[in-house]
Design a protein around this ligand. Structure first.
Ligand SMILES: [Zn+2]
Length: 85
């Protein structure tokens, strides 16, 4: 059983082990990236990937709630596309 988590670069990884994805620490926060090349570009220029997050200034709880609702919409979308088959 994997976990669902969001990477800093904006991807939602489903059913995966976070340990298998590259991560680093930035301002005492653990940051997940989807690939080694994403991690490399983050390490090269952290502010570029961070901008998106800093701009919104959302709390972790808000981000989690949004993530849950995005996943919920996806589930509904997949369910309805199955029915129309
Ligand atoms: Zn990425």
């Amino acid at each position: 059983m994997g976990k669902t988590f969001a990477t800093l670069c904006g991807r939602i990884i489903r059913d995966a082990s976070p340990e298998e994805y590259p991560s680093t620490e930035h301002r005492k926060k653990k940051i997940m990236l989807c690939s080694q090349s994403c991690l490399d570009s983050f390490l090269e220029e952290p502010t570029i990937l961070c901008k998106v997050h800093l701009k919104s200034e959302k709390t972790a709880q808000q981000i989690q709630q949004e993530l849950a609702s995005v996943l919920d919409s996806w589930r509904k979308f997949y369910d309805s596309s199955k029915k129309s088959d």
